[in-house]
Structures are given as structure tokens and as C-alpha cells.
Design a protein around this ligand. Structure first.
Ligand code: HEM
Length: 178
């Protein structure tokens, strides 16, 4: 007889999931706050500096998470789950991974438009790999902002599905990650 533990994500995957979920959502709010500050606001430079630094750290966490996931595939979903729900779950998770990659990359490309690297919490500088381009900051910044909106949409679908499984179907899907 299989128990819940047979279907659960391992503790590393669970730590990475919750350890990234909260800061990623915080980054969306902090990003909008930083991008809309007035130039004369005392937080103008500092807010974006923290946003960029945290974004680079989250990109590092994303790389670790992806490597872990590839090396440790999760246990299969329970057989009672309809095929369309499995496909939907797969596509939503693929979308989440895509945005965890795209958000830091577009943010990095926006930030390095002036040819300067990204100072990460004063620990080290991530160099600018692309040549400077004054126009890039605007259009890449727009893509970065739009990606954040789409990311939120996928997160809402993901959370709604998780809560539906927990409170309506009561099938233990949510507890796989808890
Ligand atoms: C890791 C996840 C990240 C999320 C969820 C995120 C989210 C956001 C959001 C929501 C905005 C506001 C966009 C707008 O108002 O149109 C923003 C702005 C910005 N972000 Fe990020 N960001 C992330 C990573 C990064 C990284 C790694 C960097 C740079 C290294 C970065 C650099 C910037 C810059 C420069 C802006 C201002 C763009 C502008 O004013 O047009 N972001 N971010």
C-alpha cells in the first residue's frame, strides 16, 4: 500500500519551492515600487539595487532548482487524476520555469543597457556581456514588466489549482509539496 510519502517531493525540492515562491512574488511588488519611484526619491537607486541583487540570487536558485529537478523527477501523480489535469499541471509548471528564467534574464539585459555590470549586494559584480545600447533599456524594460504580469497570471492559475485539489478534491496533491 503506497503512502503519501511515496508521492511527495523530496525535502530539497520543497525547500526550493517555498524558498523561491515568497521572494519571487515579493520581487513583483518590489519591482513595480522601484520602477515607479521619482528620481528625487531617496530610495530611487537603492530600491532597484536591491531588486537587481535579489533577482541575480534568485536566478542562481533557479539554476540549482532546475538541476535538482532534472536529477530528481517527482513521483507520478495519482492514477485517479484525469489526463487533462496532468497536462494542465505540466504546462503550468513549464510556464513557471520559463518565467523564472525570463524574468532575471530580461531584467539583466535591461539593467546592463548602459554597459555597466550588476552589483550584487556589494559581494561581486556580474559583468555586462552585451554591448551598451541606449534604446534597449526602454523596450527590454517593457518586456520585463509584461513578463512579470504573465508570470502573476500563471501563479494565480497554479495556486487556484492547488487550493482546489486541497479543499475540493482532497486528493493529497497539495501535500506533495507541503
Ligand atoms: C527574479 C525575478 C524578477 C521579477 C519577478 C521582477 C519583477 C519586476 C517588475 C514587476 C518590475 C516593474 C516593471 C514595470 O513597472 O514595468 C521590474 C522592474 C525592473 N527590474 Fe525586475 N524582476 C526580476 C528580476 C530582475 C533582475 C535579475 C534584474 C537585473 C539584474 C531586474 C531589473 C529590473 C529593472 C532595471 C527594472 C526597472 C525597469 C524599468 O524601469 O523599465 N529585475 N522588475
Amino acid at each position: 500500500m503506497r503512502t503519501l510519502d511515496d508521492f511527495r517531493f523530496d525535502w530539497v525540492a520543497r525547500c526550493l519551492h517555498w524558498g523561491m515562491a515568497v521572494p519571487l512574488l515579493g520581487m513583483v511588488g518590489w519591482g513595480y515600487y522601484s520602477a515607479n519611484l521619482n528620481f528625487y526619491d531617496p530610495m530611487y537607486h537603492r530600491a532597484l539595487y536591491w531588486h537587481r541583487s535579489m533577482g541575480v540570487v534568485l536566478f542562481g536558485a533557479f539554476l540549482i532548482r532546475t538541476a535538482w529537478r532534472l536529477g530528481h523527477p517527482p513521483a507520478p501523480l495519482p492514477e485517479v487524476m484525469p489526463a487533462w489535469q496532468r497536462h494542465a499541471a505540466f504546462l503550468t509548471q513549464l510556464g513557471l520555469y520559463l518565467f523564472m528564467f525570463l524574468l532575471p534574464v530580461t531584467g539583466y539585459v535591461t539593467s546592463t543597457s548602459d554597459g555597466r555590470g550588476v552589483d550584487v549586494f556589494g559581494w561581486w559584480e556580474l559583468p555586462a556581456w552585451l554591448p551598451p545600447n541606449s534604446g534597449r533599456e526602454t523596450w527590454m524594460g517593457t518586456i520585463h514588466g509584461m513578463a512579470a504580469i504573465l508570470f502573476c497570471l500563471v501563479v494565480v492559475i497554479h495556486i487556484t489549482a492547488a487550493l482546489k485539489h486541497h479543499f475540493i478534491h482532497r486528493d493529497g496533491i497539495f501535500r506533495r509539496m507541503w
